[in-house]
Design a binder for this molecule. Structure first.
Ligand code: ATP
Length: 134
């Protein structure tokens, strides 16, 4: 089976590096599925799960936006933050979700609303990845 090298990198350092058969990610334009032999490409990502498939095994990484680049059998994802399912602190994410929901409900300035909505999406994404709900 042909494979691609995938690396997921954040400002804090590398989070994931492995050979995989297929990588799926949520681009701004919709769900992307990348297989070996894919043409070179750069795509902005949404807050979402990256799925890394090898045989019957699928690993999940929560990413908070960023960019995906495909170049010569290598996929690089640059994200502001990224966590593998097993390194997610789900209690922290649930607290972040509650804080964001409170902020959204209280009538604040528009800019704070937008920030709270992004924080809410990051928290929900982490909870879903932790619970393997993808
Ligand atoms: P919080 O309000 O809990 O800090 P956040 O969405 O504002 O959440 P980020 O700014 O996206 O947090 O991330 C800051 C750093 O903390 C990153 O390194 C990120 O990987 C890490 N991080 C954030 N939430 C979690 C979590 N629930 N489990 C593990 N790491 C987390």
């Amino acid at each position: 089976m042909k494979t691609l090298i995938v690396s997921i990198v954040t400002p804090d350092g590398p989070v994931y590096e492995s050979d995989v058969e297929m990588v799926s990610a949520k681009a701004q334009s919709g769900e992307l599925g990348i297989l070996p032999g894919h043409i070179p490409m750069v795509a902005p990502l949404q807050i979402g799960a990256v799925r890394l498939k090898n045989g019957n095994n699928t690993e999940l990484v929560a990413v908070s936006g960023g960019f995906l680049e495909v170049r010569s059998e290598k996929v690089t994802i640059l994200a502001q933050s990224a966590e593998k399912a097993e390194s997610i602190d789900v209690e922290r994410a649930k607290e972040a979700r509650a804080r964001a929901e409170e902020r959204i409900q209280s009538n604040q300035a528009e800019i704070d609303q937008a920030r709270a909505e992004l924080a809410l999406r990051r928290a929900i994404n982490r909870i879903n990845v932790y619970e393997h709900r993808f």
